[in-house]
Each structure stands twice: as C-alpha cells, then as structure tokens.
Design a binder for this molecule. Structure first.
Ligand SMILES: [Zn+2]
Length: 156
C-alpha cells in the first residue's frame, strides 16, 4: 500500500496534463514503513527518452502500431536520479517509486514499463483521455516479474 496526500496526487495530475500528449515522469520520495510506503515529495523530472534507449533493451517485442516517441515512452535521466539520491540521503528519504503518464491509454504497465522496472519501487501510472487525467493506478513488480496492482491510500 502507498500513502499519498491529495495535493501530491494533484501534482501528478497537473504534470501529466501539462505534458500531454507526451508522457510525463517523475520520482516519488518518501519513507518505507512496516506495512506501507509514505510519499513525502513528488519530484517532477523531464522525460529524457530518446530512440537510442531502445538499443539497450533488445528483447522487447518490436511490433508497435505507433512510432516510438515521448508520446508513448518515458525515461528519467540517470544523472538526475543520482543527484536526487545524493540530495535525499541526509533527509532520511528514499526514492520509493516512479510515476509516469499514459496519454490516451489505460493505466496498465506496457512491456516496456516492465522491462525497465525495478522491484521494490511503486510504479504510478496516470491515464489521460483527451488531456484530462481519468485514472491513477499504482503497480509493484512481483518476484515472477509480473506487475500487481497496489492500493493507493489518500491521507492528510
Ligand atoms: Zn508506461
């Protein structure tokens, strides 16, 4: 289970609507408790995706009905990830998840999302229809490498 405040979820919605029709992405900074994770900060990042990122993932299914672009792919700059990790070390915070958006697609992880996913992270996907967020879901990678839905709880 992952805890969000409603302003934090609102921030993800605003980011997703601002970058539409491209995917947005960002980091969830927070703490890991015994039975849940608590988001403390939503950190927006740029979508750093470029076509050459696919070359490092040769095992992906190649049949795509849409050309690949930031409209259906996202990537977080590894340098940004490193900087944030450095910055939060002293604040007793961890990167607990990654969010991104699915413009005009359901909030279900794609094979690409699975290929780049790390276990332990929560994967939040905001689905948009015609530029408006309609649904937000959280997923976690299981030991069998499949995603399982994770409950989002809204707390004060
Ligand atoms: Zn995705």
């Amino acid at each position: 289970m992952i805890y969000f405040s409603s302003p934090q979820l609102q921030q993800i919605e605003n980011h997703a609507e601002k970058t539409y029709p491209e995917e947005c992405c960002g980091l969830l900074l927070g703490t890991i408790e015994k039975d849940h994770q608590r988001v403390i900060e939503v950190r927006e990042t740029d979508n750093h995706w470029t076509p050459d990122i696919m070359e490092s993932l040769p095992n992906l299914p190649s049949s795509h009905h849409q050309p690949l672009s930031k409209k259906n792919r996202f990537s977080i700059d590894p340098y940004v990830l490193l900087q944030v990790q450095k910055e939060i070390r002293d604040r007793s915070l961890k990167i607990i998840g990654i969010y991104h958006s699915h413009p005009d697609h359901p909030p279900i992880p794609s094979p690409f999302d699975r290929a780049i996913a790390w276990s332990n992270y929560s994967y939040i996907i905001a689905s948009l229809t015609k530029g408006k967020v309609t649904e937000i879901k959280s997923w976690k990678l299981q030991e069998n490498q499949q995603f399982e839905a994770e409950k989002i709880k809204i707390v004060a």
